[in-house]
Design a protein around this ligand. Sequence first.
Ligand SMILES: [Zn+2]
Length: 360
Amino acid sequence: MSVNIEILSGLGAKGPAAIVVEAQGKRLLLDAGGALHSDDTITWANNLDVDAVLISHDHIDHIAGVAELAENVPLYCTPLVAKALPHNRPWHPLPERGTLEVEGIIVTTGQAGHSLGGVWLHLAVGGGVYYSGDACFESRLFPFDTPPKAVIALLDASYGSYDQPQAHCVQAISEYLYQPLAFPVPETGRALEMALWLAEEADQRQLTLSIDPVIRDNLAALLALPATLRRPGLDHSIRSLLARQNACPPTLMLMCDRSDTPEQWPDHHLLHTGYLTPDRRAELAADQISWQRWNVHLRASHLVALADQLGATQVVPLFTQLANNELNAWHGLLGERLCTAQRLSAHSRLVTLSSLGSFA
Ligand SMILES: [Zn+2]
């Protein structure tokens, strides 16, 4: 059994995800990423011919390109991710953790530790192909499931060779909490775990807090899922948070990420914790906003641990620059396993599936 992979987008830079896996005479598209910046357009979908598309999670750089695909291409995603699809777009359910057949190919999914409803994808072709989508081991809310073995690993390397533990990030963010702060965050991702953390901090410091209703709804949706789809021991904290009234005006605000500017929030300092658009990089350079990362992607040592666990012989770091210094760093981390080609393939007569477990 052989498999051919073409990375249409997402190689060599932080950018929209779109990967075609061709096996058994079928072509599956993994993710359909849209442009990260409003003035960019995507070209990967031009003249694309695929039999089905599988979506890992609902962030724009993984799902917003669905609008460019023909409506009759079968689309698979989890029910919570389907909420972000274009209105009336037909879709088939992917399990949050489990196995199904798509166009004759066995697809296994597991929790990716990154966002509400988000999964990684494993295809039982050519010795196994694993695609992490966006993934993280360090979420206090979203679990990460151990994937089956795979010779090819397409991994979220959004952070490059960065390797700071989440505890350092949280400590650094806590040092900003002496002032009125607004945190613009992706509402299905780190928003949920930051809400729990900010509630604890607000209580300890006797600060007032407001959490966007959309983020509250997403926490309620997480609570409504089977308990094994969230880290244990948090249900009481989530319920307490949902019962808590928003303060008005609050000292701390957790809000859905939009194109907000500092001028729109004159009473709060904006603290960003994730990817910065060029506009925001300019605001940061002008000291109008602050930035401190909250880890939601694999850091370098975790990416290597995942590649080891998969038993991968070809590892592609996705969503990151691969110019000179970065390439050297990845070579040091992955050795001969490093693969930076846009097209790759594997051949195998045997695909081994191991059972799912808790890895991180
Ligand atoms: Zn994401």
